[in-house]
Design a binder for this molecule. Structure first.
Ligand SMILES: Cc1cc2nc3c(=O)[nH]c(=O)nc-3n(C[C@H](O)[C@H](O)[C@H](O)COP(=O)(O)O)c2cc1C
Length: 207
């Protein structure tokens, strides 16, 4: 699938077939997710990919996450979804991937978000549905939960991504073309031929 086609065609999936996601496919998708760019701050890998499988298990975890959010709403906010009976935190998906950021890396959350976008597009290209879910995050970030779920020590869940075979592809709401603004050309703009496009000797590496 063409990358731009994938970007336009991807939709959040909230209805899944019960089949588990094939391990080989899952690992291919996570490898693609890990191709996301990371800033050259340190050599340390900023993320950990942690998989939880099983519809029943996830449904039970989802109930706990929903109850936790209901009982811990930030002052002045009302999360109406915590009271809607039909709202499911994990939408009966057979698998969820937690992309977890290294706690001592202040950039890690951005890295995880870029990996999450890669994961959604890679999955879509392989016919696997995804839905990025923020609903479980308050619970996942609460004391003891990450450890209970075997998240590697030193990492915190940043992204929760559902994966599974989609039952249907919703029309969704493709976004219109965005407004774009352009800076005025400088008064003495030179021709494009004067701009060097030669790669640097270091292959463009930024150090
Ligand atoms: C950070 C984030 C959190 C989200 N949380 C939820 C969620 O908790 N439950 C849900 O069903 N969808 C969730 N979504 C999906 C959005 O509702 C969805 O992306 C949006 O409606 C646009 O639809 P599309 O993804 O089909 O283009 C979330 C998306 C993002 C990026």
């Amino acid at each position: 699938m063409d990358t731009i086609e994938a970007m336009h065609g991807r939709r959040s999936i909230r209805s899944y077939r019960p089949d588990p996601v094939d391990r080989g496919v899952l690992e291919e998708l996570l490898w693609a997710a890990a191709q996301a760019p990371t800033p050259p701050i340190s050599g340390a890998v900023p993320w950990a990919f942690h998989v939880i499988e099983g519809i029943e298990r996830l449904a039970e975890l989802g109930r706990r996450a929903k109850q936790y959010a209901h009982d811990h709403q930030p002052p002045g906010q009302h999360w109406a979804w915590t009271e809607r009976p039909e709202f499911k935190v994990f939408w009966d998906a057979p698998a969820v991937v937690l992309i977890c950021g290294r706690r001592d890396n202040p950039e890690a959350a951005f890295d995880c978000a870029r990996a999450g976008q890669n994961l959604m597009l890679a999955a879509h290209a392989r016919g696997i549905g995804t839905c990025w879910v923020g609903a479980p995050m308050p619970w996942l970030s609460s004391p003891g939960v990450a450890a209970e779920l075997d998240v590697p020590a030193g990492f915190d869940p940043v992204v929760a991504m559902l994966l599974g075979q989609p039952r249907e592809m919703p029309a969704g709401s493709p976004r219109p073309r965005p407004a774009v603004t352009y800076a005025s050309p400088p008064p003495l703009a030179r021709g494009a031929e004067s701009i060097s496009t030669k790669p640097t000797a270091r292959g463009g590496a930024f150090t």
